[in-house]
Design a protein. Structure first.
Length: 243
């Protein structure tokens, strides 16, 4: 992906950093990558709507909507910590029908099309076979508003005592696709945006995983909390998570 190459070649060469909040940064690379992706989409599908992290909503009242995070894991990228990606999903008539997540550092392209399975660099993937929490390997994240009131600390403590280990690497999109390919057994997070989760949500589902809200209700990228698992540990995690 062109935007992925731009991001990879820009590590350690950031021009400007600005703040959308005390801890929420955006770099010139985020903006350049986003422009590149949007320009490519518009050149091919000028009538489609777009929802992206930096530009916001470009609503053409179309049944097709692209949901874009040009650089998920910006803080990692800004510190040359190699855990960041590009995330793009296509929603058709309100249903996420296509998702791609590209990790430029490892040259890994995760993809899924509704009803056609999930893939990593063209090879089919599926979720792990872990059957219980005791041996499970999980991921989570903490919101930028954590200093005001972090609602996830209690969840972290409860699950830490029940599992093998929990990682907090800083990219929800990559955490989700790691569930899809079996590297993680489960992932949960609060206060996400559609561009954080839309592509990964579909990829997990197509890899035969399960994705819901914390209360086990159906999930969409417009919900704030997400629980994605291999399915086998899902009910146990639901019993421990508090929104």
């Amino acid at each position: 992906m062109k935007s992925g190459r731009l991001i990879k070649n820009s590590v350690g060469k950031i021009g400007t950093i600005s703040y959308k909040g005390r801890d929420n940064i955006v770099t010139d690379v985020d903006k350049r990558a986003e422009r590149m992706i949007i320009n490519i989409i518009r050149s091919r599908f000028p009538d489609h709507s777009i929802l992206s992290e930096e530009k916001g909503s470009l609503d053409n009242h179309s049944r097709y909507k692209w949901i874009i995070d040009p650089l998920d894991g910006t803080t990692n990228f800004a510190h040359a910590f190699p855990f960041f990606c590009v995330s793009i999903a296509l929603e058709i008539a309100g249903v996420v029908s296509l998702g791609v997540v590209y990790d430029p550092t490892r040259d890994e392209l995760f993809s899924a099309e509704l009803g056609r399975g999930a893939y990593l660099n063209g090879k089919k993937i599926k979720v792990s076979g872990a059957k219980g929490l005791a041996g499970s390997f999980l991921a989570t994240g903490f919101s930028y508003g954590r200093r005001r009131k972090d609602k996830n600390i209690g969840n972290f403590k409860r699950l830490l005592m029940k599992t093998m280990a929990i990682r907090r690497a800083g990219s929800a999109a990559l955490d989700l696709v790691y569930v899809a390919c079996g590297r993680f057994d489960g992932f949960w997070e609060l206060d996400l945006h559609p561009w954080d989760s839309a592509a990964g949500f579909l990829i997990v589902k197509e890899a035969k995983g399960k994705v819901t809200q914390f209360d086990n209700k159906p999930y969409s990228p417009y919900h704030k909390n997400i629980l994605a698992t291999n399915g086998k540990i899902h009910s146990r995690m639901v019993s421990l998570l508090k929104p």
